[in-house]
Design a protein around this ligand. Structure first.
Ligand code: CP
Length: 318
């Protein structure tokens, strides 16, 4: 992994400048702040920090299903010596009785030092943050953003390629509904990254994000097949077609099996190509890929633990 020269480290914001902040979108963070979190994540990968957040409480508010994000936040907090409360099934809390998100957050705020929220509605994390006086982390709001996923994605890319600068990344699959690719594409503006968007027409990267990339001078192009771009790229970022976000199930059925990466795809690819996926996967990556040198998606999920440890410590002022 790239080690920053001293002059760049000196330019980094101190960890104290993160204290009390919310992370709702990747755009909340400057390039230097992103690099500072990645650098801290690297330190937290190996540090003995089992009492750093002793006495602090994280509340996990998951209104939508999750394996990696919820459990890695939970594990991160425990490994830092803190405690975790929360819910992963909103039918078990009082929203079931009609309580609003605002009221729920006002109550939850009394019991914890930091809130992690996942919600099916875009803007819900923002709404939660406006309701309380403690930090809120967006763990995914509908099809909008998933900023901590992007931090662990960047960490993985930096770790595997030694740099984030001037790489070529292809994003494949459901680019319309995929909050992970929305946040990652927005982050790419900082690093001179060339983007290839591979999707069917109905699942293209939203116009608003394309306009943002254009304004920032990011080069990108649209494609229909993985094979068209595979030899050119450093990172292949696969995504699941998100059945739960389709209104018309026939539309979902028409695209659900469009992409399927297998170990037969890797003739003539770049030596250091890495296959990433935020997971969960359906059929878009065959298990034959798992044992190739290109697959890093399980390490990627592990990196979420290091990055979330760093974030919790930084936002809680340690
Ligand atoms: N990558 C991700 O957000 O996974 P989960 O939905 O399991 O949290």
């Amino acid at each position: 992994m790239q080690v920053l020269p001293d002059h760049q480290l000196e330019e980094m914001p101190s960890e104290m400048s993160f204290r009390g902040r919310s992370i709702l979108a990747i755009g909340d963070l400057s390039k230097q702040e992103i690099l500072s979190i990645l650098e801290t994540g690297k330190r937290y990968e190996h540090c003995d920090c089992s009492s750093f957040l002793k006495g602090k409480i994280l509340v996990n508010c998951f209104f939508e299903s999750s394996t990696r994000t919820r459990l890695s936040f939970e594990s991160a907090m425990h490994r830092l010596g803190g405690n975790v409360i929360g819910f992963s099934d909103s039918s078990m809390i009082s929203v079931k009785k009609g309580e609003s998100l605002y009221d729920t957050m006002k109550i939850v705020e009394n019991y914890a030092d930091i809130i992690v929220i996942r919600h099916p509605l875009e803007g819900a994390a923002q709404r939660a943050a406006e309701s309380v006086n403690i930090p809120v982390i967006n763990a995914g709001d509908g099809a909008n953003e998933h900023p901590t996923q992007t931090l662990l994605d960047l960490y993985t890319i930096q770790k595997t390629h030694g740099t984030l600068e001037n790489l070529s990344i292809a994003m494949v699959g459901d680019l319309k509904h995929g909050r992970t690719v929305h946040s990652l594409a927005r982050a790419c503006v900082h690093f001179g990254i060339r983007l290839y968007f591979v999707s069917p027409p109905m699942l293209e990267m939203p116009r608003e994000i394309c306009n943002f990339l254009r304004e920032k001078g990011v080069k990108f192009s649209f494609h229909r097949n993985i094979e068209d771009i595979l030899k050119k790229i450093d990172v292949l970022y696969m995504t699941r077609i998100q059945e739960e976000r389709f209104v018309d199930k026939q539309e979902y059925l028409s695209v659900k099996n469009l992409y399927r990466l297998t170990d037969a795809h890797f003739d003539e690819v770049k030596e250091n190509l890495k296959i990433m996926h935020p997971l969960p996967r359906n059929d878009e990556i065959d298990v034959s890929v798992d044992s190739t040198k290109y697959a890093v998606y399980f390490d990627q999920a592990l990196n979420g633990l290091h990055i979330r440890k760093a974030l919790l410590a930084m936002l809680l002022g340690k």
